[in-house]
Design a binder for this molecule. Structure first.
Ligand code: NDP
Length: 255
């Protein structure tokens, strides 16, 4: 088998939460390009369906959109069951769904703290729990969490203490799941992006200039910069990789 063949996911089934737009859509497209069946699991049904159809048209892959709120365990369980009914297995889970709310810590309403932790961290756990059960009953699998460089560094000048905590939580989640599920052939890794051009970023020009001035590479990354690493971690090419975190940040963390 050639080295590029080891990156292929022919016939494997990949769930991407928040796969309708932004980083998730870039990853879903990348997985489809290497032969996977792709399930888009996000909140808004219409945009999920549109993304699934667009990716299928572009790549020829089998895709499905299953509207899911990752904080709702019954919805997640139903989404995983529907995935198995439709494609026969769950081989890869990409926990990508996430939000960020900019507010100073001393003013942050508790409900916003809880909302961020609920979606970014608890949602990832719920999806891992249900997809993990299928992987344990099947042939193992790969879980890729879209964490952030924010797991390792304070961001400036925006205030987002809940986001930092939620992404730090994903680092612990990764370690423990990798440890508990290694015996089942499940690998668990994190991708830690820096600033990537998506809806989650702000329109505030001053903030944007500040962020860019802190990177070694002057521009924001794109979802297409994240997809290749997600494909690698999902695939047999990363067979010896588990419990690790990988920065893609344009050199932000260097200084
Ligand atoms: P976007 O705002 O473009 O996309 C967020 C995605 O999350 C949407 O698909 C949205 O679906 C989905 N989502 C939000 N809440 C839920 C929920 N409760 N259930 C299911 N889906 C949900 O952001 P990005 O693409 O930038 O973010 C993707 C991930 O990457 C996030 O985890 C983010 O923290 C992380 N990240 C992003 C960085 C960046 O600079 N862009 C940097 C580092 C990490 P819907 O449209 O249906 O609401």
């Amino acid at each position: 088998m050639s080295v590029l063949d080891r990156f292929r996911l022919d016939g494997e089934t990949v769930i991407v939460t928040g796969g309708n737009r932004g980083i998730g859509k870039g990853i879903a497209t990348g997985m489809a390009e290497v032969g996977a069946n792709v399930v888009i699991a996000n909140r808004t049904a219409e945009s999920g369906q549109a993304a699934a159809e667009e990716i299928a048209d572009e790549t020829g892959a089998e895709t499905a959109a299953i509207p899911t709120d990752v904080t709702d365990e019954a919805e997640v369980q139903a989404m995983v069951e529907e995935t198995v009914d439709r494609f026969g297995s769950v081989d890869v889970l990409v926990n990508n769904a996430g939000i960020a709310i900019h507010e100073p810590a001393e003013e942050k309403p508790l409900e916003n703290w809880k909302k961020t932790l609920d979606i970014n961290t608890t949602g990832a756990f719920i999806c891992a729990k249900h997809a993990g059960r299928e992987m344990i009953d099947g042939d193992g699998g790969s879980i890729v969490n879209i964490s952030s460089m924010s797991a390792f560094v304070a961001n400036y000048p925006q205030c987002q203490v809940d986001y930092q905590a939620s992404k730090g939580g994903l680092e612990g989640l990764k370690l423990q799941l990798a440890s508990e599920w290694a015996e089942h052939g499940i690998r668990v890794n994190n991708i830690n992006p820096g600033y990537i051009e998506t809806d989650i970023l702000t329109d505030d020009e001053e903030l944007i200039e500040t962020w860019k001035s802190e990177m070694l590479l002057d521009e924001f990354g794109t979802p297409e910069d994240i997809a290749p690493l997600a494909v690698y971690l999902a695939s047999d090419a990363a067979a010896y990789v588990t419990g690790s975190s990988f920065l893609i940040d344009g050199g932000y963390m260097v200084r």
